[in-house]
Design a protein around this ligand. Structure first.
Ligand code: OFO
Length: 164
């Protein structure tokens, strides 16, 4: 069984993961429209990963006898500025998600819901990787700038990302 407070919090996180997928898909389309197909591919895979994050939580809620409470997904922005500005938004978004995951982890600890705590450990670790990766891409973009050939090299490098 799962208590109501944890069930509600997990359902909110499921919605956030799906909003993340929506956001990254919109960002991917933005890059594609500027012919940056590598960044677009990287973000599309990121969107797929976010859907996987949502589905893992869906399975967990249902396995615990909880009720899935799906809500409307917030529409993402249509404009993201330059590629560097876009990745600033990726990093900012991941930091926000880290905050919600940490709050959820703390809540399961307070409620002595050990199964949730163990499941959420994976998300805590994943957020370290997500922030580090977004931060590295942003550092590289800031170092090479957007005017020379460096950005096209980075674009082709990120386009080689494979699905996890
Ligand atoms: Fe981008 O991370 Fe999900 O949880």
């Amino acid at each position: 069984m799962i208590n109501q407070k944890i069930e509600d919090a997990l359902n909110r996180q499921i919605n956030l993961e799906q909003s993340s997928a929506q956001l990254y898909l919109a960002m991917s389309a933005h890059c594609e429209a500027k012919s940056f197909r590598g960044f677009a591919q990287w973000l599309r895979l990121q969107a797929q990963e976010e859907t996987t994050h949502a589905l893992k939580l869906v399975t967990f809620v249902l396995d615990r006898g909880g009720r899935l409470d799906l809500r409307a997904i917030e529409a993402p922005p249509k404009e993201f500025g330059t590629i560097t500005q876009l990745f600033e938004q990726v990093l900012e978004h991941e930091r926000k998600i880290t905050g919600t995951i940490n709050a959820l982890f703390e809540c399961s600890r307070q409620e002595k819901d050990f199964a949730s705590e163990i499941t959420l450990q994976w998300y805590v670790t994943e957020q370290v990787e997500e922030e580090a990766t977004a931060g590295q891409i942003l550092d590289q973009l800031r170092a090479i700038g957007e005017k020379g050939g460096g950005i096209w090299y980075l674009d082709s490098k990120l386009g080689k990302r494979g699905a996890k």
